[in-house]
Unconditional design. Structure first.
Ligand SMILES: *[C@@H]1O[C@H](CO)[C@@H](O)[C@H](O)[C@H]1NC(C)=O
Ligand SMILES: *[C@@H]1O[C@H](CO)[C@@H](O)[C@H](O)[C@H]1NC(C)=O
Length: 594
């Protein structure tokens, strides 16, 4: 538009100089009368009009050009040719639409809010994601996160590998290659499926020792993650060290340090990061041996573990500062990891606090995007639903009433997981008498679950079947709140997609396949993920390692025994009358395989 200005000005001066003497032109320009006598001609007035018109038109064009430029959001006219951008991808693991209904009603009950009050996340819903994997209509978190990281479907258990066990490049790896900074923030083990899928490639998700090595850079691409905050320390410690859960004596903390990582492992060191302002890259922060405790328990142990929101904020502050003079921004994945675990445990009290913690981190990300000068977006979704959660439950054979009671969730002060751990610990260390045991159980129910009307059968069952205590505690809360569950595993429900910017995330508005979320991530950053896939294949081609049994396998580890059938539409497992075959095996609902 500014280009039109000289064009108009030239035309005006051309017309003016056409067939007229210089004195007259001078007079017009300076406003002084000419020395020539005689009446002013029609030609004079015509040319004066033309000149005035030209000046006015030129001025108008300048004004319009300035207004036009001003109206452009400075964030969208980045000085960088490729457009500097930040992408924050949030994953609410195992959170289906009913988790929101449950948590919203709980929040309203607890805070005395009207029924119209929404969660923050409610106000940003843009669409839904379909979640099936290549091997099942019900995905796991590994295949779910591979759909995000690689934008392709794979089998349950796959950590960014294809159904034929080739590595697939991830959006984080491609972002790093393109000059972005990268980060992962979780409340579970950093080696768990969702974070692993962004910076590791293994054929079986259970290989968390191998995942730990890869995530600190011991794999074909070297170090690709600049920041990791979460739990899962035990997979980084040599089996000769206390607190290790590794099968071998590799010291992955030392490996990380030799690749440049700064390593921290406790609350004090986290506080020393000063909310991210004093964080030095690359950073590995592992604040718990395995998972960080559920928020319902952690809130009373705030001096030991940082919250999801605190970790997310520190990551945002540090990444923003570190990229402020860079051509590229950052890619950060933040996971509310344990919404899923509360679903596996069928523990509605633990779940509502996990979702509220996620909602808080969600608000922090929105606030960051509002204030940060760099263009950016947040997209949030789930990998799948967990538990087949229903905000209703039929307790008796008679036709049920239509209701559920959030009050029973508000009275619980601990998760079922914590009460189970305390009970098992008590049994192991105290070898109590029967009456002491009964007293302990009654106290855990009345104080831990806030349940005063417990029945003798409920106490007796905890005494005689301590192995299933986790599920029993959770069931006591679920029955009293009339919360329904259809499984201790995942379900095939569609999950919601949220974004800070529905316009920029237009491609995700409506109902989409989960791989389209993956497509969006790479497209938003404008990175070449296919080139990473090629690089992984080339550099990894002759890179074999030893499996646990001593045999030689690819760097992605052994292939699951049923791995070959886990491919494509036609090979879905088919019905085999399983409902009659298996007996319910209770136990710790949730360790590694979900
Ligand atoms: C520790 O790891 C080494 C191999 O790295 C193995 O030989 C040893 O058996 C392991 N020890 C334990 C207690 O698992
Ligand atoms: C919650 O605790 C209060 C106070 O002990 C009690 O009056 C109420 O009945 C409890 N609510 C539920 C649903 O158990």
């Amino acid at each position: 538009m500014p280009g039109e200005r000289p064009l108009l000005a030239n035309r005006a001066s051309d017309e003016l100089s056409n067939g007229r003497d210089l004195a007259e032109e001078d007079a017009l320009l300076t406003g002084q009368p000419t020395q020539r006598d005689g009446p002013r001609t029609w030609k004079f007035w015509r040319e004066l009009g033309l000149f005035v018109w030209a000046v006015l038109a030129t001025t108008l064009v300048i004004i319009l050009a300035v207004i036009y430029q001003k109206s452009q959001d400075p964030k969208h006219t980045s000085p960088h040719p490729n457009g500097k951008r930040n992408l924050i991808f949030m994953v609410s693991d195992g959170m289906g639409p009913t988790s929101l209904s449950l948590t919203r009603s709980f929040m309203q009950y607890q805070n005395g809010e009207p029924w119209s009050r929404q969660l923050v996340i409610d106000q940003h819903m843009i669409g839904q994601s379909r979640t099936r994997s290549s091997s099942s209509l019900v995905t796991d978190s590994a295949a779910g996160a591979t759909a995000f990281s690689c934008a392709s479907k794979s089998y349950n258990g796959a950590i960014s590998v294809t159904p034929d066990h080739e590595p697939c490049g991830t959006v984080l790896e491609a972002a790093k290659k393109a000059g972005y900074m990268t980060g992962l923030v979780v409340t579970t083990r950093i080696t768990d499926a969702t974070p692993a899928c962004f910076a590791a490639h293994v054929n079986m998700r259970s290989e968390e020792d191998r995942i730990a090595e890869q995530m600190v850079g011991d794999y074909p691409l070297g170090r690709v993650v600049d920041l990791m905050l979460g739990g899962g320390r035990c997979h980084f410690l040599a089996n000769t060290t206390e607190g290790s859960c590794r099968a071998d004596d590799k010291d992955v903390i030392s490996l990380a340090k030799s690749n440049g990582f700064n390593y921290i492992s406790d609350r004090k060191a986290f506080d020393d990061l000063k909310g991210g302002k004093a964080l030095e890259f690359p950073m590995l922060g592992l604040f718990s041996p395995t998972d960080i405790p559920y928020e319902i328990d952690r809130r009373n142990e705030n001096d030991i573990y940082p919250s999801l929101d605190e970790m997310a904020e520190a990551a945002l502050v540090a990444l923003s500062e570190a990229t402020k003079d860079s051509e590229k921004g950052f890619f950060l994945m933040i996971e509310g990891s344990r919404i899923d675990h509360a679903g596996h445990h069928n523990d509605p009290a633990a779940q509502v606090h996990e979702v509220l913690a996620y909602d808080k981190a969600f608000s922090t990300v929105l606030e960051f995007l509002k204030n940060d000068p760099t263009e950016g977006i947040m997209v949030s979704t789930s990998d799948h639903e967990t538990g087949g959660l229903a905000t209703a439950r039929q307790l008796h054979a008679t036709y049920p009433e239509y209701l559920w009671y959030p009050g029973a969730l508000a009275n619980a002060t601990h998760s079922a997981e914590r009460l189970d751990l305390e009970y098992k610990d008590y049994l192991e260390t105290s070898h109590p008498s029967t009456s002491d045991k009964a007293e302990f159980v009654r106290k855990s129910i009345s104080e831990g679950l806030g349940i005063k009307d417990f029945a003798q059968e409920e106490v007796d069952k905890l005494l005689t079947e301590p192995d299933t205590a986790l599920y029993q505690y959770a069931d006591m809360i679920s029955r009293r709140s009339q919360t329904g569950w259809s499984t201790h595993g995942h379900s095939g429900a569609d999950v919601n997609i949220y974004s800070s910017d529905p316009k920029a995330a237009l491609a995700l508005v409506g109902n989409h396949e989960n791989t389209e979320v993956g497509d969006f991530l790479r497209n938003y950053l404008g990175v070449d993920v296919d080139a990473i896939t090629e690089e992984l294949k080339q550099k990894g081609a002759s890179l074999n390692v030893q499996a646990a049994d001593g045999s030689e396998v690819s760097w992605m580890g052994p292939i699951p025994e049923d791995g070959q059938r886990l491919d494509g539409q036609t090979h879905l497992a088919s019905y085999s009358g399983d409902f009659r075959k298996r007996h319910l095996v209770h136990g710790r609902g949730c360790d590694c395989e979900h």
